[in-house]
Design a protein around this ligand. Structure first.
Ligand code: HEC
Length: 130
């Protein structure tokens, strides 16, 4: 009778298998949305993470004349989304290249965001959640 109450070794393996399956399912659940998140990361977040260190509020703490305001972008011939994306990808002088750190999609998103913000003179960041 005593033996019957001992756990069946096969069942132990069964449970292990089930557990690791569960763990796998869980990790997939947790990891998958995270991956999707970075792929569609919102531009405000991307900018905060990668650019705001030097370009907070569309400024430039390294080179004063090279802000992200529309006038500066136009003066420096980087007002088009394509030119901005190119600059982000390859960098320029004291600004490092982001081509190996950001995906083409993220760079495009950021370029559109910068141009968009420039058009609005970098106003209303608080209400601008999307
Ligand atoms: C380490 C500081 C630093 C970071 C981080 C940085 N930049 Fe820059 N950025 C600069 C500097 C310095 C320049 C001026 C380059 C030059 O000499 O033309 C510049 C120039 C620019 C310009 C052109 C501005 C103009 O008026 O000519 C744009 C657009 C730009 N950065 C966008 C970005 C974006 C978007 C990011 C984030 C992906 C970013 N930068 C991250 C330092 C930085």
């Amino acid at each position: 009778m005593k033996f019957l109450s001992l756990p069946d070794p096969f069942c132990l393996i069964c449970r292990r298998g089930l557990l690791s399956l569960l763990a796998l399912a869980l990790s997939l659940l947790i990891i998958h949305p995270a991956v999707a998140d970075t792929a569609t990361a919102n531009p405000t977040q991307l900018f905060e993470i990668h650019c705001a260190g030097c370009h907070a509020h569309g400024g430039n703490i390294v080179r004063r004349g090279k802000t992200l305001k529309l006038k500066a972008l136009q003066r420096n011939q980087v007002a088009s989304v394509a030119a901005i994306a190119d600059l982000i990808t390859h960098g320029k002088n004291n600004m490092s290249a982001f081509g190996d750190r950001l995906s083409a999609d993220e760079i495009q998103t950021l370029a559109v965001y910068v141009r968009d913000q420039a058009d609005r003179n970098w106003r209303s960041p608080a209400t601008d959640k999307d």
